[in-house]
Write a protein that binds this ligand. Structure first.
Ligand SMILES: [Zn+2]
Length: 278
């Protein structure tokens, strides 16, 4: 778990972690800090691990992230880690960042030491609440974690079916390639899978209540790909390409360089992805 707070007078963004420090904390916090920077500009960074009691982050993720460009580039960063295992973990983080970015965060044992390093007098942090973008990010993250498990199980089945079909009838199971981008393709990239199909994603039209797989929807292609109900014509799902730009106020799910807006809950092999529109 983590929360963010900002001291505008000293231009310091505080990230406070608690409990188990996990991969989800890293990914969701990175996204939240990118949105903060898009809205408010760069700030100095203070990461507080005082309330962390265990660390569940694979070493390869730590190294890979240290070698990516920092988000608060060129700004002072201080890490507070009073106890183990957070102290040793952050020693390793700092060493990798020094090697990769030629700049390392200052690691201290107490919050008061951190305030001294940042020359903060009477710090006043205001909490940064969970906005819609942060909420959708968490919902999407949970759904993708569940889908990873489902896809792993289904991949094995599909590979066996596919190999059998190839051997017996000489044809592949894979759906024909269509001209427009589909939601299942975007999800497959994110899940590092190739087995998900639009036919495996079901949606119930919010207008006429008909329930169909996405592969049965009408699709209009343009700057935005729109899935609509073939019965009543109401739109169900929109995919817009946004690339790597981070917007302060995204109103849909950000997946693989696309913004996904949905008017209905999607059922992806039993995993529910809630709607993004009210
Ligand atoms: Zn309909």
């Amino acid at each position: 778990m983590f929360d963010l707070a900002y001291d505008a007078k000293h231009s310091v963004l505080l990230s406070r972690f608690s409990g188990t420090y996990s991969r989800a904390d890293i990914e969701l916090r990175d996204n939240a800090v990118r949105r903060f920077v898009a809205k408010n500009g760069l700030a100095r960074g203070l990461m507080d691990f005082s309330a962390v009691d265990s660390i569940d982050v694979p070493l390869d993720l730590l190294i890979q992230r240290a070698h990516q460009p920092g988000i608060l580039t060129g700004h002072q960063r201080v890490i507070v880690a009073p106890t183990e295992p957070a102290y040793s973990f952050n020693r390793l983080v700092a060493a990798h960042q020094l090697f990769a970015r030629k700049a390392e965060p200052v690691l201290v044992r107490s919050v008061s030491d951190a305030f001294a390093v940042l020359r903060m007098i009477d710090p006043a942090f205001s909490p940064i609440g969970l906005d819609k973008a942060a909420h959708l990010d968490r919902v999407l993250h949970d759904a993708l974690c569940q889908l990873t498990e489902v896809v792993r199980a289904r991949s094995l089945d599909d590979e066996i079916v596919e190999a059998t079909l190839q051997r017996v009838v000489g044809r592949a199971l894979s759906a024909p390639v269509v001209g427009h981008i589909t939601l299942s393709e975007i999800l497959n990239v994110s899940l590092r899978s190739r087995v998900l199909r639009d036919s495996g994603i079901r949606a119930k039209c919010c207008g006429c209540r008909a329930r169909r797989p996405l592969s049965w929807m009408s699709i209009s292609v343009g700057r935005v790909t729109t899935y609509s109900c073939p019965a009543c014509g109401g739109w169900i799902l929109k995919l817009s390409q946004v690339g790597s730009t981070v917007r302060a106020d995204a109103s849909g799910y950000m997946i693989g360089g696309f913004e996904v807006m949905s008017r209905v809950t999607l059922d992806i092999w039993g995993v529910k992805l809630p709607k993004t529109e009210n």
